[in-house]
Design a protein around this ligand. Structure first.
Ligand code: PEP
Ligand code: MN
Length: 293
């Protein structure tokens, strides 16, 4: 256990855990993230069409997802990739919410889009490429919506918490942290899921922490097993990519589950979620060990 934890993060006073302060719970349309429930957010990488989105929303809701994820504005590494449907995508997300009751999480890439996206979204996602976009983080400080802050692919946990502190200082304490894999020398997976980020973040911060196994793995066969890992290390939920036909998806098809695979993943997680109820005391032990080494 790294004794530096005892002071390293304390300057981020709005997001760091101090003494007995209870954990933050982010409430979104009746769903509590960071409380007792394990909250799964699922849906396509990109909103492609009404049919694609509504079918996905119905299927993931039936399987137990509580929020619908879908990108209307897509940050792509290549200028030749599908860039998203923009405002039309937002309208489709809002239609899917109306039909299924699922809350909506969608990405915002620029401070100029914050007001528009906040009109449609329940949770504002900040992607890995934007984690250090200061103007965006500041604008999210007064957007009136919770922020799902993804870890930059080359960012340390300290840098992630620094970005969270910027949002909180700007006026918005409703923040969910997301571990989505980091760049390492390994090429067998798209990124390397830093599984220890979950217990570390939960030890040093009071914010909810979720895991995105899809962008970590880059291949769908690994998604369910990484999701299992997330449950047993104490994550508060998952962000998972699901598509009716992953092989024809306009983005991230290789890492997207189809409906059956998502249902099976949700069933597979049940015993691990039960196990974690018994393993609860582990959290405080981690803190204590950090204090004495
Ligand atoms: C996404 O969630 O589809 C996405 C682009 O994620 P990330 O920013 O983690 O790459
Ligand atoms: Mn994606």
């Amino acid at each position: 256990m790294n004794p530096r934890w005892n002071g390293q993060f304390s300057r981020f006073h709005l997001v760091a855990k101090a003494g007995d302060r209870s954990r933050s719970v982010v409430r979104v349309r009746g769903v509590e993230i960071g409380g007792d429930d394990f909250v799964v957010m699922a849906g396509p990488c990109a909103v492609e069409s009404e049919d694609q989105l509504l079918r996905t929303a119905e299927s993931v809701a039936k399987a137990g997802a509580r929020l619908l994820r879908g990108g209307a504005y897509k940050p792509r590494s290549s200028p030749y990739s599908f860039q998203g449907l923009g405002e039309e995508g937002l309208r489709l997300l809002s239609k899917a919410r109306k039909e299924t009751g699922l809350a909506i999480v969608t990405e915002v890439m620029s401070e100029e889009d914050v007001d528009l996206i906040a009109e449609y979204a329940d949770v504002m996602q900040v992607g890995t490429r934007s984690m250090e976009n200061y103007a965006l983080l500041e604008a999210l400080g007064h957007c009136g919506r919770p922020v799902l802050l993804k870890r930059g692919m080359t960012a340390t946990l300290e840098e992630l918490l620094c970005s969270a502190q910027i949002v909180a200082t700007a006026g918005n304490p409703e923040i969910i942290l997301c571990e989505r894999g980091i760049r390492t020398f390994e090429t067998a997976t798209r990124n390397t899921l830093d599984i220890s980020a979950v217990p570390v973040l939960k030890t040093v911060s009071h914010l909810p922490v979720i895991v995105d196994p899809s962008h970590a793995a880059g291949v769908r066969s690994l998604v369910p097993v990484l999701a299992r890992a997330a449950t047993v290390v104490g994550a508060d939920g998952l962000l998972v990519e699901v598509h009716p036909h992953p092989e024809t998806a306009l983005s991230d098809g290789d890492q997207s589950l189809n409906f059956r695979e998502f249902r099976e993943m949700m069933l597979d997680l049940e015993p691990y979620l039960a196990l974690r109820q018994e393993a609860r005391p582990l959290g405080p032990q981690l803190v204590a060990a950090g204090g004495h080494d």
